[in-house]
Design a protein around this ligand. Structure first.
Ligand code: MLT
Length: 323
């Protein structure tokens, strides 16, 4: 029946892989979020996981594995069994960390299967509510005059808040004292409490705090003002030109996860991104779901590959590395 052992093994692999895909998912799925609970990545993940759970008929449990700008959580998934029961939802940091970290615990372009893009979230430059500068122009002047005093929160090297902060500091040609957290969820607590001065964070974490008057917003990193934050000027309006930063997010599985399971997850992601609750909550938080054409393995692979190439020279010239 089988010409060779290899053919038999291959056939068995196809059979079991196919059988596994047919009954998948038959138990709870874990989605690793590589930042602390309560932050923007966590917020996006919980909304998407809830909608995908409904579609798949199995619970997707969020596990927050923060640290090292998201690379600890990504490393956990890279080493997980490729059975479809461990997923990663991560953002642009997947691409920047490939250049920032000299000893990553995984090979970024070869350790994962790609499920699809989820959303591209704008950022906001925000401060504690009683921070003195009234607008972006005053903020830049104040930061230059008080560079040894002003503190800037981020979620570690490779985080979106780190990337935005790196761009901001190079724009104003002033290094600020950075205060690292395991996510901008806990960083936000300190910003609201006044323990730290500044942060650049995603609208999924800042919109409600800005609307509630708990923090001050200086700018959005978008070409146009956001419908969710109509009173917040763009960075360009504040004099920071070429300061458009979008934090794209994707879902990954460990390398070797079967194509059938990856396809099932991608189809479920596309449905979840059209879920009315996801669409509304994303809009309320200043972002929009990725369209079907982007919520695919091919689109995420292309995005990650191009973003690694885009940020490598920027990071190299900034001379920022993590060991
Ligand atoms: C978070 O979810 O905590 C943020 O994505 C951290 C960051 O990337 O700045």
């Amino acid at each position: 029946m089988f010409k060779s052992l290899a053919a038999a093994v291959a056939a068995f692999g196809v059979l079991t892989g196919g059988a596994a895909a047919e009954t998948y998912p038959s138990r709870v799925i874990t989605m690793i979020v590589p930042f602390s609970a309560g932050g923007p990545t966590d917020t996006v993940s919980r909304l998407v996981a809830e909608a995908m759970s409904k579609d798949l008929g199995q619970q997707i449990v969020i596990e927050n594995v923060g640290g090292a700008g998201g690379t600890l959580g990504a490393g956990r998934v890279a080493k997980a069994d490729p059975d479809g029961y461990t997923l990663l939802l991560h953002h642009i940091g997947m691409s920047t960390s490939a250049s920032l970290y000299r000893k990553l615990p995984y090979d970024t372009l070869n350790a994962f299967e790609y499920v699809g893009l989820v959303t591209d979230v704008p950022m906001t430059i925000v401060a504690r509510a009683n921070f003195e500068p009234a607008d972006m122009k005053a903020l830049v002047e104040y930061a230059k005059a008080n560079k040894d005093k002003v503190t800037y929160a981020n979620a570690g090297i490779g985080a979106a808040s780190h990337l935005c902060g790196m761009l901001f500091m190079s724009k104003i040609e002033t290094p600020l004292t950075t205060v690292p957290y395991k996510g901008t969820g806990p960083a936000m607590t300190d910003l609201v409490g006044g323990q730290v001065d500044l942060m650049c964070d995603q609208t999924t974490n800042t919109t409600n705090q800005i609307k509630g008057g708990k923090i001050k917003a200086y700018a959005t990193t978008t070409k146009e003002r956001l419908a969710a934050l109509p009173d917040v000027p763009t960075a360009a309006e504040g004099g920071l030109t070429d300061f458009e930063v979008g934090i794209w997010h994707g879902i990954y599985a460990p390398k070797g996860t079967s194509p059938e399971i990856v396809a099932k997850l991608s189809a479920s992601l596309q449905k979840a991104l059209k879920d009315p609750n996801v669409v509304k909550r994303f809009a309320d938080l200043g972002t929009v779901p990725s369209p079907d054409a982007d919520a695919t393995p091919e689109a995420l692979k292309a995005k990650l590959t191009s973003e690694i190439a885009r940020w490598a020279p920027v990071i190299k010239s900034a001379g920022v590395y993590a060991d």
